[in-house]
Ligand binder design. Structure first.
Ligand SMILES: NC(=O)c1ccc[n+]([C@@H]2O[C@H](COP(=O)([O-])OP(=O)(O)OC[C@H]3O[C@@H](n4cnc5c(N)ncnc54)[C@H](O)[C@@H]3O)[C@@H](O)[C@H]2O)c1
Length: 279
């Protein structure tokens, strides 16, 4: 029987992209599922609910800004009322940023860290407490290949996602004795609506980020399904694509080489990008 059968699931950022793809593909694999879709986007949230109910699942939308601790605590209480037992929580809501470190304003650090890192912290705290009391559950935190790729021009996003990986590693050890699983999902680029909530500092960065998020080979469905296979196996690092698997290993064994390659290629890459896109 599928790991996802009869599971009660909460997904932040479930209105769009990877979050919606998790929901729809769990409903297809599982059967007997109940979902809470938590997001700021109510219109797309309703679309996700329609897809889930068409697949025979029960689902409810709860508006929640994950950067606000009190709203996430409220989400956990309402989810428990609606779902009863909570089996899987995807701390997945996120935004993105691109630009050279010195050009990124301080308020962008507050904004992105608040959503991408503290949003996950709040989710793990609120739902982790419930799961420890239950003696079961699985927290799935969306990080990124950016967490170990150290790609220049992405300092803010990289830093937040590295924090998500470290948080997941640490609490996986803390929660194991309570029957609670923790995984960190680390995809490379996939096609979603993330560009709508991306802040960039220069036109060439904006254009190349748009290309990466809209024209690459991976659909959200493809990545979600690869992730769901590995989540069911309780992997700590969920690496859905070959490039993520290779980069994870290269960074672990040759960290200085990764940074060195970035240092050597970045000035040339920026020159090329400016020549091609800065209009
Ligand atoms: N798209 C990629 O290439 C890629 C790669 C690696 C990791 N990720 C990560 O995947 C996750 C999902 O992003 P996506 O690519 O599906 O983008 P998306 O924009 O399609 O979906 C993100 C969802 O998060 C919601 N959201 C944003 N801020 C929120 C907040 N403060 N509170 C509640 N909800 C909020 C948005 O409304 C949206 O529905 C993010 O954490 C992102 O960083 C994306």
């Amino acid at each position: 029987m599928s790991y996802y059968h009869n599971k009660n699931v909460v997904i932040t950022g479930g209105s769009s992209g990877l979050g919606r793809a998790y929901a729809v593909n769990i409903a297809k694999r599982g059967g007997g599922n109940k979902f809470v879709i938590a997001d700021l986007d109510e219109v797309r949230g309703e679309e996700t609910l329609a897809q889930l109910t068409a697949l025979g699942a029960q689902a409810k939308f709860i508006r929640c800004d994950v950067s606000q601790c009190d709203q996430v605590e409220q989400l956990a209480r309402e989810s428990q009322e609606y779902l009863g037992r909570i089996d899987l929580v995807f701390n997945n809501a996120g935004v993105a940023s691109g630009g050279q470190f010195l050009d990124i304003p301080a308020e962008d650090w507050d904004w992105l860290i608040g959503i991408n890192l503290l949003g996950v912290v709040h989710g793990c705290r609120a739902f982790g407490r419930i799961m420890q009391q239950q003696g079961s559950g699985h927290l799935v935190n969306t990080a990124s290949l950016a967490a170990f790729g150290a790609l220049p021009g992405m300092s803010l996003y990289n830093t937040a996602k590295a924090g998500v990986v470290m948080l997941s590693e640490t609490i996986r050890a803390e929660f194991a004795g309570f029957g609670v699983r923790v995984s960190a999902v680390c995809p490379s680029f996939l096609r979603t609506n993330l560009m709508e909530r991306t802040r960039t500092t220069a036109p060439e960065i904006e254009k190349v980020t748009r290309l990466a998020l809209t024209k690459n080979q991976y659909s959200a469905d493809y990545i979600a399904n690869k992730c769901l296979d590995q989540i069911a196996k309780n992997k700590l690092y969920v690496l859905p694509t070959l490039d993520a698997k290779i980069m994870w290993r290269v960074k672990r064994f040759f960290p200085r080489m990764v940074v060195g390659i970035g240092a050597r290629t970045y000035p040339f890459a920026m020159k090329q990008l400016k020549a091609r896109f800065a209009k």
